[in-house]
Ligand binder design. Structure first.
Ligand SMILES: CC(C)(COP(=O)(O)OP(=O)(O)OC[C@H]1O[C@@H](n2cnc3c(N)ncnc32)[C@H](O)[C@@H]1OP(=O)(O)O)[C@@H](O)C(=O)NCCC(=O)NCCS
Length: 239
């Protein structure tokens, strides 16, 4: 299944920097009535947002965000599978620095290929290039789970992860799933900055902590790869 994304333009992002709504919604709601609406080029004050054109996209080219479940046939495209695995591993190596022993990786090309074959990988593309991903699956007939959320560091703070999560929540809801589960792996004895960001966002987004457990109890096979004791925090959100 592929939901049709809304078009995404650079000027919306600039405008949303001034708006109290999330910038995707702001685009639609502010088109007519928001007092902070400014035509591109007329902005004053804090200056323009960091240009996406650093990644080869100019304002004139109106970059577009596309989110979809990766079609199963893409699992046969070795380059895309490798690119996705590399992206997820690179992102998690930074976000979970110090939590894993050297050589441990979040995923592999083989695993991503299997998940794509199973229709469990959702990707975000900007102008066709994969810049983010999330895994989605059913745990039982009423519960879904998402994981492996990753956004390319050069495309952060643009709302891409929020849109990925919105997409999978809509998808699961349309499939009759009532509860969405996510997990957060945190060091037991110290604070990991990226995890604090996630915990804060989870809470703001309406996820409630339902359980906390030792990683080694839940994943005994992976525990020897940990560099530090870690806990899993399990969140639920009603869809
Ligand atoms: C977490 C991550 C997916 C966010 O991606 P993103 O596209 O930059 O996020 P968005 O722009 O959609 O923002 C999502 C929310 O996170 C907040 N956020 C994002 N980066 C932040 C930061 N550096 N500091 C504080 N808050 C931040 C945003 O304010 C937003 O919250 P809001 O909806 O309440 O306003 C990305 O940073 C990432 O890939 N991190 C490493 C992997 C990871 O931690 N995955 C989750 C593991 S459980």
């Amino acid at each position: 299944m592929s939901l049709t994304p809304r078009p995404w333009r650079l000027e919306d992002r600039r405008h949303a920097k001034r708006c109290w709504w999330n910038w995707f919604e702001a685009k639609w709601q502010c088109a007519n009535d928001c007092p902070t609406r400014r035509e591109p080029g007329l902005e004053v004050g804090e200056g323009p947002a960091a240009p996406v054109k650093e990644k080869g996209v100019s304002a004139a080219s109106s970059p577009s965000l596309d989110i979809q479940v990766l079609p199963e046939e893409v699992s046969e495209d070795a380059d895309t599978m490798r690119h996705l695995a590399d992206l997820i591993n690179r992102v998690y190596a930074a976000a979970e620095k110090g939590q894993w022993l050297p050589g441990a990786t979040r995923t592999s090309t083989e695993e991503i290929t299997e998940l794509a074959q199973a229709g469990q990988i959702v990707v975000a593309r900007v102008d066709g290039a994969v810049v983010g991903a999330i895994r989605v699956r059913h745990l039982d007939s009423r519960t879904g789970e998402t994981g492996m959320l990753a956004v390319d560091p050069e495309y952060r703070n643009l709302g891409i992860a929020r849109e990925l999560r919105r997409f999978v929540a809509d998808l699961l809801r349309s499939q009759g799933i009532a509860t969405l589960q996510i997990e957060l792996l945190v060091p037991r004895d110290w604070d990991q900055a990226s995890k604090k960001v996630m915990a804060g966002w989870n809470s703001r987004a309406g996820y409630k902590v339902v359980r906390k457990g030792a990683f080694e109890e839940q994943y005994p096979d992976l525990a020897p790869q940990l560099a530090t004791p870690c806990d899993f925090i399990i969140y639920h959100k009603e869809l």
